[in-house]
Write a protein that binds this ligand. Structure first.
Ligand SMILES: Nc1ncnc2c1ncn2[C@@H]1O[C@H](COP(=O)(O)OP(=O)(O)OP(=O)(O)O)[C@@H](O)[C@H]1O
Length: 451
C-alpha cells in the first residue's frame, strides 16, 4: 500500500503531490478514527447492504445446497466438516460394491467465500442447539439488497438435485413435531403391490384425475377446497403402506409419513405447518386418535389416578380435524390415512369431504396368492416396472401359481405372511409346494392356541 502511494507521489508535480499527501493523511486519520467501531460498521453493512438465504439441515434444501457446494469442491477451504453417509440419490446410483457406504463431507461451521456467476458470495455454517436437539444451518449471503443472485443459485442447486433424483422419491419421517430424516428411495413400481386389479386401477385413476390441472381449476371455480382424502383399511400386512409409497412414486411426489400414535396435537400442528404443497401425506394408524368421548370414558372407567409422567400425549380428534380442515390443508395434496380398525374411527373423521374414497385391503384370496407366487418366482427379466405378475406369456408359472393358491386357504393369511413363507424358497419352487401344507397347518394351530 505504502509502496503504491510512493509511486503515485513521485510521478506527480509538487503541487499535486501536496494535495495527494493531504488526502492520504485524511484517509489514514479517518480509518484510525473508525477502527474502534469497525465491528459496528461491519454489522451495519451486513444488516442494510446484504441479502441472505438460510437453510436448515432438517430440510431437503440443505441436501440440495450441500451437494452443489461439495460437487464443486467449494467447501474444501473449510476447516471443520461434518461427515455423513451420503444418501443423495445420485450418490446411491453411482455406488459400487467397494463403496457400500459412501461418505459425504459437509462444511460444519465457519465462513468462506466463493464466486458464483461473477459475484462473491459468503457461505456461513452454524449449529443451533436447543436442549438435546442440534441442527446445522447454512446462510448464503451476497452484497446488495437484491437477492436475485441467491435465487439463481438455489434454482441451479434444485435443477441439479432433481436431475440426480431420477426415478426416486423422498420419504420424509419425523421425530415428534419436526420432519427429520428424508430417505431417498427408488420408487416402488405399483405393479409390485398386489391388489384387486380393478380396484387398484380405479384408485390410481382417481388420484391422477384429482391432480390434473383442469381438476384444480374446476375446484377453484366452484370455491371448493382442493383436497381429496383416501382411507386404506384392512388387517396388518395387506399392503396399505406399500401402496402409499408406490403411488407417491407413480405420481412423482414426495411422501410425508406421520405415525399418528407417536404425535400429539402440538407436534401434528408443527408438522402440518411445514408441509410443502404438492405432496402425498400418509397418516398411519389413524385409529390412535382419541376423541373427546373416548377421553371421558377412559377417565370414568379408570379407577387409578394417572401418576405424574404416566400420561402419554396423543392426538385428539379435534386437533386432527383442525389440521385437516385448516389453512395449511388447502393445497394440492393427496391425503392417505391407514388403519387396521376401520370400525373404531369416529364418523366425523371419515365423513365425505375428509375421506372421499375408502379402499379395503383384505387378507389374500386365491387370485392374490397366485399373483404373489408369480411375483416371487418370475425371472428377473419379467420383474420390470410395468410387469404384471402372472402375465399370460408364462403359462407354466401360471399353472404352478394356481396349484399353489389351492393349497392356501382363502382369507386367512395376509400377503406379508405369504411373502415371508415364499421368499426363503425363491430358488426352489418345488420345495415351496412340498412345505406349504405343513406351514398352513402349523400357522392355523398357532392361531387356534392364541384365540
Ligand atoms: N398387497 C401386497 N402386495 C405386495 N406386497 C405386500 C402386500 N401386502 C403386504 N406386502 C408386503 O408385506 C410387507 C408389509 O406390508 P405393508 O407394510 O404395506 O402392510 P400394511 O398393510 O401397511 O401393514 P400395517 O397395517 O401393519 O401397517 C411389505 O414388505 C410388503 O412388501
Amino acid at each position: 500500500m505504502l509502496g503504491w502511494v510512493r509511486v503515485v507521489l513521485l510521478s506527480q508535480s509538487s503541487k499535486r503531490k501536496a494535495t495527494y499527501a493531504v488526502l492520504f493523511a485524511y484517509v489514514v486519520a479517518l480509518l484510525a478514527m473508525l477502527r474502534p467501531h469497525i465491528w459496528q460498521i461491519a454489522s451495519l453493512v451486513e444488516r442494510f447492504c446484504t441479502s441472505s438465504v438460510n437453510v436448515r439441515s432438517s430440510h431437503e434444501t440443505y441436501d440440495m445446497l450441500t451437494s452443489w457446494i461439495s460437487s464443486r469442491g467449494i467447501d474444501n477451504a473449510s476447516r471443520s466438516h461434518l461427515v455423513k453417509l451420503n444418501t443423495d440419490r445420485g450418490a446411491l446410483a453411482d455406488r459400487t460394491e467397494s463403496v457400500r457406504r459412501p461418505l459425504k463431507y459437509v462444511a460444519n461451521s465457519g465462513v468462506f467465500l466463493f464466486w458464483y456467476k461473477g459475484r462473491l458470495l459468503r457461505y456461513q455454517a452454524t449449529q443451533d442447539t436447543s436442549g438435546y436437539f442440534k441442527e446445522n444451518n447454512i446462510a448464503i449471503t451476497c452484497l446488495g439488497r437484491s437477492g436475485t443472485i441467491l435465487k439463481d443459485l438455489f434454482q441451479d442447486c434444485q435443477r441439479e438435485y432433481v436431475c440426480r433424483l431420477g426415478n426416486k422419491i423422498t420419504i420424509h419421517g419425523h421425530s415428534g413435531g419436526q420432519w427429520t430424516d428424508n430417505r431417498k428411495s427408488e420408487a416402488r413400481p405399483l405393479s409390485t403391490v398386489i391388489l384387486n386389479q380393478r380396484e387398484k386401477a380405479l384408485l390410481v385413476d382417481d388420484m391422477k384425475d384429482f391432480l390434473n390441472p383442469t381438476t384444480r381449476s374446476w375446484y377453484t371455480q366452484r370455491s371448493l377446497p382442493y383436497r381429496r382424502g383416501y382411507l386404506l383399511h384392512g388387517p396388518p400386512g395387506t399392503g396399505k403402506s406399500s401402496f402409499s409409497l408406490a403411488i407417491a412414486g407413480e405420481l412423482n411426489m414426495d411422501i410425508y409419513v406421520v405415525r399418528v400414535p407417536s404425535v400429539d396435537d402440538e407436534s401434528l400442528k408443527c408438522l402440518f405447518a411445514e408441509l410443502p404443497a404438492h405432496c402425498v401425506v400418509l397418516l398411519e394408524d389413524i385409529d390412535a386418535v382419541i376423541s373427546a368421548h373416548s377421553r371421558e370414558s377412559e377417565a370414568v372407567h379408570s379407577n387409578e389416578q394417572p401418576s405424574f409422567g404416566d400420561e402419554k400425549k396423543r392426538v385428539t380428534l379435534s386437533g386432527l380435524l383442525n389440521e385437516l380442515d385448516g389453512v395449511s390443508s388447502a393445497e394440492d395434496r393427496v391425503l392417505i390415512m391407514t388403519t387396521n380398525h376401520e370400525m373404531k374411527l369416529d364418523p366425523a373423521l371419515i365423513r365425505p369431504g375428509r375421506i372421499d374414497k375408502k379402499v379395503s385391503f383384505a387378507l389374500a384370496d386365491r387370485d392374490t396368492v397366485s399373483q404373489i407366487y408369480c411375483w416371487v418366482f418370475q425371472s428377473p427379466s419379467e420383474t420390470g416396472a410395468d410387469a404384471q405378475p402372472c402375465g399370460t406369456e408364462n403359462g407354466l408359472l401360471q399353472a404352478q401359481a394356481i396349484q399353489f393358491a389351492h393349497q392356501v386357504p382363502e382369507g386367512v393369511f395376509s400377503p406379508a405372511e405369504i411373502l415371508s413363507f415364499l421368499v426363503p424358497y425363491r430358488h426352489d419352487p418345488d420345495a415351496a409346494h412340498q412345505s406349504v401344507e405343513t406351514w398352513v397347518e402349523s400357522r392355523q394351530k398357532t392361531e387356534r392356541n392364541l384365540s
